[in-house]
Design a protein around this ligand. Structure first.
Ligand code: ATP
Length: 355
């Protein structure tokens, strides 16, 4: 187990900068998830920690030791990739033990470590099979087993579940979380799936275009997103944003572009023109035929447990999560109210959170 410290880390490919001086400290045993849209630099950051990619400037320390110039092997980390990278001609047992064999670990010790990791991951009955005889989830477990046998100080995962189907992904999510609890190891895990981040991480690092937007626990980021980007990234369906102006009479009222008024739980502090964006999660919207804001139904998507309804409010598309059994069709005019105590306010210009 180990701490990981990243200080003012930069990376350019040729003249093209992709990581712009990021700093973050991971505690011993923490499960850290790096999230962000495609191309934001997640994998590059992970590969720099692994030693698979050179650092342009800045430092990476593992357990207080700067590792910038150390080879991947010397860093005592193990990386699990999305494509598993198993050796097809080897059995599961041989795949698990291969890196130890390369390191000339005695045979008896290899066997013990292989058996132990197979036991942890439920692979014992599969040790004599070849990768082609395994399911996707089993292959993923072998890939994790190969990391475990080496007793690394830090585990790095690069989108390990992205090749699995939705059901298996949910199952493996729980398995990885249980594995972390059992091993207590430091994990740095890359995904672009915000649900993986919310469900597994101790802390989430949200990246955008090579910069850190926010670092915090899943609930900190969910409840107090620093800006519209973080707010829109976490939560499913995504948060809705309604631009408007605060009422000129000084009341806690938002006036939408069509003049429709939305009562707010409080009036946020903003500059002179009163331009703000109201952020409302789809789960915080409900039908309110008497006092609600006018909306036109566009698309209805029943999920079984509830119904996702896409509506238009003052020219903006808004998604709401409503009851499972609704008598509604596209084109209907409905009225909706927002649970505004749970709403977020953002500066229309800077997109930063307003208190
Ligand atoms: P994804 O979620 O799509 O995997 P990511 O957040 O992991 O994306 P990276 O793979 O880290 O993003 O890439 C960050 C940026 O660096 C991208 O613009 C990518 O095109 C660029 N990049 C990555 N590797 C190289 C390389 N070897 N040479 C040049 N540019 C690269």
């Amino acid at each position: 187990m180990a701490t990981v410290e990243i200080a003012d880390l930069r990376k350019s490919f040729g003249a093209f900068p992709v990581v712009h001086g990021v700093s973050m400290d991971f505690k011993d045993g923490e499960f850290i998830i790096l999230v962000g849209p495609s191309g934001c630099g997640k994998s590059t950051l992970l590969r720099m920690i692994a030693g698979l990619e050179d650092v342009t400037s800045g430092t990476i320390s593992i357990d207080g030791r700067v590792v910038n110039t150390l080879s991947p092997k010397e860093r005592n980390i193990a990386m699990v990739f999305q494509n598993y990278a198993l050796y097809p001609q080897m059995t599961v047992a041989q795949n698990l033990g291969f890196s130890l064999e390369l390191s000339k670990v005695p045979k008896a010790e290899i066997a013990a470590k292989v058996n132990e990791s197979a036991e942890i991951l439920g692979l014992t009955p599969l040790l004599d099979r070849k990768p082609s005889q395994l399911s996707g989830g089993q292959r993923q477990r072998v890939a994790m087993g190969r990391a475990i046998v080496r007793d690394p100080q830090v585990f790095l995962f690069d989108e390990p579940l992205s090749n699995l189907d939705a059901n298996l992904r949910v199952k493996m999510r729980a398995e990885i979380k249980a594995l972390h609890q059992r091993l207590g190891s430091t994990i740095v895990y890359v995904t672009h799936d915000q649900i993986e981040a919310m469900t597994m991480a101790d802390r989430i690092v949200v990246l955008r275009s090579g910069n850190v937007e926010q670092i915090g626990t899943p609930m900190e980021l969910f409840d107090y997103p620093k800006n519209m980007f973080v707010a829109g990234f976490l939560g499913s369906p995504a948060m809705n944003f309604l631009p408007g102006k605060l009422a000129a009479d000084g009341s806690a009222t938002l006036v939408l572009s069509n003049g429709e008024r939305v009562a707010l739980a409080r009036r946020p502090e903003v500059g002179d023109d009163g331009g703000i964006v109201l952020g409302v999660r789809p789960q915080d919207i409900s039908l309110d035929p008497e006092d609600g804001t006018a909306a036109t139904v566009k698309v209805i998507e029943p999920t079984g447990a509830d119904t996702h309804v896409l509506v238009e409010i003052a020219g903006q598309e808004v998604t709401c999560v409503l009851d499972a059994r609704l008598d509604m069709k596209p084109g209907d005019h409905i009225r909706l109210s927002f649970r505004t105590p749970a709403a977020h306010f953002f500066d229309a210009e800077t997109e930063a959170r307003l208190e």
